[in-house]
Design a protein around this ligand. Sequence first.
Ligand code: ASP
Length: 333
Amino acid sequence: MKSKLFSFLMILVLVSCRQGNISQQEHKTASQQPKQTWALVVHGGAGNIREEAIPGEVEAQYRKSLDEALQAGKTILLKGGTALDAVEKVICILEDDSLFNAGKGAAFTHDGKNELDASIMDGSTMEAGAVAAVTDIKNPIRAARVVMTHSGHVMLSGAGASQFAAEHGLEIVQPDYFRTARRRRDLQKLIGKEKGGTVGCAALDKKGNLAAGTSTGGMANKRYNRIGDSPVIGAGTYASNSTCAISCTGHGEYFIRYAVAHDISALMEYRGLSIDEAARFVVMDKLVKAGGEGGVIGLDRLGNITMTFNTPGMFRAYAKANGEEGVFVFKEK
Ligand code: ASP
């Protein structure tokens, strides 16, 4: 009888221990689950974008295009896709849209050509890829990503970059694919010097990874195979899971010299600034004092975003897991 009672008690103890373990495990799993947050921020260039200078229907076109790109990126992130995939997709859509100075519709060089720059960075691995001064790769942002994943280098340029892209199955087009009458008029009037239209994107995915990318035709009327900040990691693009993901637009020479994208990250890392404080300090203080016009978009691992510019306007849009989203062109009043 005694031994029966003992075995019964032992079974009870074992069962309750097991249950204890299970509920502990369940608790652990729930608290370890990655936060299901995500965020996306996009720009279509900063510049002399004034309400009085842009006809309503043109503004509406820009808003529609930005929103289409935003929705495509949002769909990827909502489904649990990667920040890198969202960034590449958003930028591809804007490259294919001739409204923007990236891919089709790129600015003209002094010699009447189109030379494109792009870069992408994965904040989870610190890997990056870029192409510069390419003339026949349909989607330079795709090429930047393949450089990152398959070349063992960070930046390829000119004919070599095209050869590499072709070898990796990317679409090569005739150089005149990028030309549009509108950008040629800009060049002829020489008003395009500081015209916006560069595109960029930063994303946070549900796994908590950050990525950023930028693509441009560069400054109109550029000469001598000039390359701007957009393909330069740390200047026009930067992403690190420990701080932020940033894409810049503006007068590239300043963004290179002030290492703008990395400077924002460094202020967060070493000074503990928030993403918006860091971006505002660099764009509204340092760059303004230096005479560097432009803006940045970016986000951090919590999904806080910044869209900061020292020009009259910047085409921009964002969406967040909490349902907030919007498309903006001019300064908020
Ligand atoms: N940052 C680009 C460049 O200097 C131009 C732009 O963003 O408008 O090439």
